[in-house]
Structure formats: structure tokens, C-alpha cells
Design a protein around this ligand. Structure first.
Ligand code: 1CP
Length: 347
């Protein structure tokens, strides 16, 4: 069940704007919860040890590469990994839980902005270990400031996130200070990942779509733009994905990212028209992976056709669901690899 890593990377080519013959594929949340080999390790060590022990994080990162032959690995970690060094206690059950959430201006002022090498040094060690043991291109990642802030303020997962939306409206000064601090820490954290060997950087703005366009333009857009601008010149592709963000697309398209990811609601053809030759990433509905194989084939080919005429990195429209059969993921990878984008049909 072990697959080889190809010599020439379609992923790195497509991420740098080349209209490759094959669409490279990686999947958001490709390591983890639906893979039996992950579930076994998690039972033995617990989620946080898998993130914080470099050898374990490296092993989990490479599991989907070996099993499926995906074209890139994404570091096994979480968007909340930089938060403990800022002075917040966090647990996972399984989503992030914060017993003492951030609420007042004083709470925000008390948060630290640790130096680059103090944020999560074990992540840099995991990245070095992965680069030493595999040729597969490695994606580092972070949450967007807004999305990380949501967990810090809500304190837990679930519900309609009204605590956070109320908080933004009631405490704009505290909100901007929190987002400032997160922007500083996330920029340093991502720079550290690149210095350690990450070859691309993915920013997840999973909760951007909660906001109307005006509120997004105030509380997320400028902070993401600053991170992307500061990472320019590091020689890696910068990927940004906002979820449920069809109504924000004009702003998202204007961001200085090299690769724009979208969820399954937005047709790739629409995005391509807005991003002027840059690379599009996405966007099969993760639920399709629970359908019979012939449905997966047809729907994946539909996404592939939508991506023609410019650089495309195939992905899901959000993370792999926990109940996804691994055999269906393997089938998807094969369907994507068999599609000849220059012929517009199967190779
Ligand atoms: O290969 C991979 O992609 C796995 C590495 C990874 C990544 C990229 C994990 C492991 N988490 C993430 C990013 C992440 N974490 C995001 C952005 C992407 C997305 O929207 O899916 C978000 C929003 C989180 C927050 C988070 N952490 C959640 C979601 C909570 C919610 O609000 O619904 C959860 C469940 C976690 C814990 C977590 N992170 C990762 C795993 C495998 C798990 C589950 C832990 C377990 O199995 O107990």
C-alpha cells in the first residue's frame, strides 16, 4: 500500500502558476481522524502528543502520502498550536476547548507575542524530520487571525458562533488588538515553518464566511493581507482558503496570495475569471467521497473540467470527513492523476 513520490513535482509547478498536464492533488485534513493508522496512534499517544512530538507529527504527516500518493504533505498540527506560547491554556475534545476564553481588553492585553523560535519549536523539528525522510513537497499552515480568534473568544466549538459575532460588534477595540497580536505571531510562526523547510504555506480562514462582506473587510482581510505580504519573498507559494465565502469572493480574489482555495459552493470557473492567471485550489464536496466510486469519478471529473485553462491544484471544498472510507480517497487520487488537462480528457 506504499506509493512512490514522483521526481518532478506537479504540486510545486502548479503552485507557482504553471498550467500542468496533471492536476496535483492534496486534501485538507488528509492526515488524521478517518485513517485507521492515525486512529491507532491517537489511541496510544493522544492528540496533543501527536502534534508536539516531532517524530510522531512527522509519521502522521506522511501516512496519507504513503497510502494514497497525494502530491503534497500538509504538516500534521492544528491551527491552535501557536496559542499556548501566547499564554492560553487549550485542550482538544476533539475540537479546541479553552476553559478561560479571551473576553475583555485586559484579557487581550495579557496575551504574549512570543519570538519566532519560542512559538512552537517542535513544529520546526517536525518539518526538518519530514524533509529528511521524504521528497514529497511539504505544506506548512496556520489559521487566519480571525479564525483563531473565534476559538479564543468562543472558548469551545459548536453553535452558531454568536458569542464571537456579538463580541466583534461590542468590542471592536479589543478585537483589533487581538487580531494585531495574532497577525504578528502567525507571521513569525509561518516564517519559522519556511525556515525549517516548508515549501508552501496554507492559511485557513474557516470562519470567514460567518461575516458579511463589510465586517470581513474590517476584521479579517487586512490582517490576512499583511501576513501574505510579509511572507512574500520567502520563495514559497502562499495559499489562502476561506470557507463559506462566496459572498466575499471579490475581496478574497484581491488578496496577494499565489493560490486561491474555495469551498464546493463556488464553481472554479467563476474564481478563475477573477484571479487573473493565478492558481485555483479545490473544490470537490467532501460528502462526494461517501458516494459510490462511479459518482466520485463523475463529480471529480466535473471539478477537473472546471479547472481547465489555467493552473489548478485539486482539493476538497473542506476537510476530509471522519467517516470517509480510505478506499474512496485512493480512487479519487487515481481519477485526478489519470485526467490529462492538456487533452481535456482522460490520459
Ligand atoms: O492533514 C491534515 O490536514 C491534518 C492536520 C490538521 C489541520 C490542517 C488538523 C488536525 N487540524 C487542521 C486545521 C484546522 N483545525 C482547521 C482549519 C481547517 C478546517 O477548517 O478544517 C480548523 C478550523 C481546526 C480547528 C479544529 N481542531 C477542529 C474543528 C473544530 C470545529 O470548530 O468544528 C477540530 C476537531 C480540531 C482538532 C483536530 N485537529 C486535527 C485533528 C486530526 C483533530 C481531531 C483530533 C482528534 O481526532 O481527536
Amino acid at each position: 500500500m506504499r506509493r512512490e513520490v514522483p521526481e518532478v513535482s506537479d504540486f510545486l509547478e502548479a503552485a507557482s502558476g504553471v498550467n500542468t498536464r496533471k492536476a496535483p492533488i492534496w486534501l485538507m485534513r488528509q492526515a488524521g481522524r478517518y485513517l485507521p493508522e492515525f486512529i491507532e496512534l491517537k489511541k496510544r499517544y493522544g492528540f496533543w502528543r501527536l502534534c508536539s512530538e516531532p517524530e510522531l507529527a512527522a509519521e502522521v504527516t506522511l501516512q496519507p502520502v504513503r497510502r494514497f500518493g497525494v502530491d503534497a504533505a500538509i504538516l500534521f498540527s492544528d491551527i491552535m498550536t501557536p496559542v499556548p506560547a501566547m499564554g492560553m491554556k487549550i485542550e482538544f475534545a476533539p475540537g479546541p476547548v479553552i476553559a478561560d476564553p479571551v473576553r475583555s481588553l485586559a484579557d487581550v492585553r495579557a496575551l504574549g507575542t512570543p519570538a519566532r523560535d519560542e512559538i512552537a519549536p517542535f513544529v520546526g523539528e517536525a518539518i526538518s524530520a519530514i524533509r529528511e525522510s521524504s521528497r514529497v513537497p511539504l505544506i506548512g499552515f496556520a489559521g487566519a487571525p480571525l479564525t483563531v480568534a473565534l476559538y479564543l473568544v468562543e472558548g469551545g466549538t459548536g453553535g452558531e458562533r454568536r458569542i464571537f459575532r456579538n463580541w466583534l460588534q461590542q468590542n471592536p477595540q479589543a478585537a483589533h488588538l487581538l487580531l494585531e497580536k495574532l497577525t504578528t505571531v502567525i507571521t513569525e510562526y509561518l516564517t519559522m515553518q519556511v525556515e525549517a523547510g516548508a515549501q508552501a504555506i496554507q492559511i485557513f480562514d474557516s470562519w470567514a464566511g460567518l461575516l458579511d462582506a463589510e465586517t470581513y473587510a474590517e476584521f479579517s482581510l487586512p490582517y490576512v493581507a499583511r501576513i501574505l505580504t510579509d511572507l512574500n519573498g520567502l520563495g514559497v507559494s502562499r495559499h489562502y482558503t476561506a470557507i463559506n465565502a462566496h459572498h466575499l469572493l471579490r475581496d478574497v480574489a484581491g488578496l496577494p496570495a499565489d493560490v486561491i482555495g474555495v469551498d464546493w459552493r463556488t464553481p472554479l470557473a467563476v474564481v478563475k475569471d477573477m484571479i487573473g492567471g493565478r492558481t485555483v485550489q479545490g473544490n470537490l464536496d467532501p460528502c462526494v467521497l461517501n458516494a459510490p466510486l462511479e459518482v466520485i469519478t463523475a463529480k471529480a471529473r466535473h471539478v477537473l473540467k472546471q479547472g481547465l485553462g489555467g493552473p489548478h491544484i485539486f482539493n476538497l471544498g473542506h476537510g476530509v470527513d471522519p467517516d470517509t472510507p480510505p478506499a474512496h480517497v485512493l480512487h479519487l487520487v487515481d481519477v485526478v492523476h489519470e485526467f490529462d488537462r492538456h487533452a481535456g480528457d482522460e490520459a
